[in-house]
Design a protein around this ligand. Structure first.
Ligand code: TRP
Length: 361
């Protein structure tokens, strides 16, 4: 069986370091591993509209921001198909059929949807489209017969639901669809990178993000302002690592070779941590190390972004080409789906002749 990746992001803002360690970095590794036959990365504009119906301009503006972020981290359009969700109407059609295979109470139990309903104050009146987005996400995945979906852990309930829909569909209509596997980020810090304020997650509304498109100066300023250990008042005080942002970021970003290069007094991150816990290591020193490490990673990304920014029409062309490729793949699956669901009336010669027989006097 072919190994196929499908993943994507809602274009509601520029992408940040949470996206980077949670998914983007991994996507580039997977892309370059040569292990996958096809890779699709989708800009989920239709899903973004499910809770931004009255703000279409925001989505429109962020399509290009997300595309630039993708290209600048190293997603290569020669290896990965980047496309726009709304321009593949087969996905909408498939969603309409899947809705018959899912109950309202099943979606109501989805913990990610539950949290989002609270966050958006939708408790009293949930837009139908928003409530249905997990079903639509199942279409996104299965239309491409994806075997592997690299996403953050908050997306796990969507993959679970997708697998249920696939099982149900294949059981009722015959084996057409492929059950996907989730691929979670490797380490705990990457699973849920906190915002610079130490709050649960980076989020634009909390203003605690470091963006991939931030300048070196902005990154340094944000790191210097990071939440650390409120009890670590003097350098000589023993420090605590739990919830300490610079250390969590070091967990997510540092590699052994960084220490030789930027902090040769320490053989490893563990030694640095030990020193901090013992006392005698200042937050400023840790932050300076983090800034160096982040810069090493972000600088090439920033440079590539600037190049693409010089040729925006070419970026739209990449999206257009990718969307054509994606549409063809989804259309092929939809042909199979319609046939399995017995709604392919016009290309079923056997149906027509059997009806002829039926009505013969
Ligand atoms: N829900 C994802 C997010 O919020 C975006 C998305 C839409 C997606 N469809 C998908 C992710 C299919 C993986 C697979 O970022």
């Amino acid at each position: 069986m072919e190994k196929i990746i499908l993943t994507g992001d809602r274009p509601t803002g520029k992408l940040h370091l949470g996206h980077y360690v949670g998914s983007l970095r991994r996507r580039v590794e997977l892309q370059n591993s040569g292990e996958f036959d096809k890779i699709f990365v989708m800009i989920a504009d239709a899903q973004a509209l499910t809770d931004n119906a009255d703000n279409p301009e925001k989505i429109r503006q962020n399509i290009i921001e997300v595309a630039l972020d993708y290209l600048s981290v190293g997603i290569d359009p020669a290896k990965t198909t980047i496309f726009i969700q709304s321009a593949v109407p087969e996905l909408t059609e498939l969603t309409f059929y899947y809705m018959n295979l899912v109950t309202v109470s099943r979606v109501q139990r989805n913990p990610t949807v539950k949290t989002e309903i609270k966050m958006r104050n939708f408790e009293q009146s949930i837009p139908m489209g928003f409530f249905n987005y997990p079903v639509s996400q199942a279409s996104d995945i299965t239309a491409f017969k994806a075997t592997t979906v690299p996403v953050g852990e908050d997306q796990a309930p969507m993959i679970e639901l997708t697998r249920e829909i696939v099982a149900r569909f294949n059981n009722v209509y015959g084996k057409v669809l492929v059950e996907p596997e989730i691929l979670l980020p490797g380490n705990a810090a990457c699973l849920r990178l906190p915002g610079t304020d130490g709050k649960a997650k980076m989020s634009k509304s909390l203003g605690n993000c470091i963006y991939l498109s931030d300048t070196a100066k902005e990154v340094a300023k944000k790191v210097k302002g990071m939440y650390t250990d409120p009890l670590h008042l003097n350098i000589c005080d023993p420090g605590h690592l739990e919830g300490n942002c610079p250390f969590i970021y070091l967990d997510a970003f540092s590699r052994p070779e960084h220490f030789a290069k930027y902090a040769p007094e320490y053989a490893s991150l563990q030694e640095l941590k030990d020193h901090y816990v013992r006392g005698g290591l200042g937050d400023g020193t840790v932050k300076k190390l983090l800034i160096n490490i982040l810069e090493e990673e972000l600088q090439p990304i920033r440079e590539r972004r600037q190049q693409y920014e010089q040729d925006i029409p070419a970026v739209y062309e990449i999206l257009k080409k990718g969307t054509e490729v994606a549409r063809e793949a989804a259309a092929a699956t939809l042909d199979e789906v319609r046939k399995a669901m017995k709604i392919n009336y016009f290309d079923d010669a056997a149906l027509i002749s059997s009806q002829v027989e039926k009505f013969k006097k």
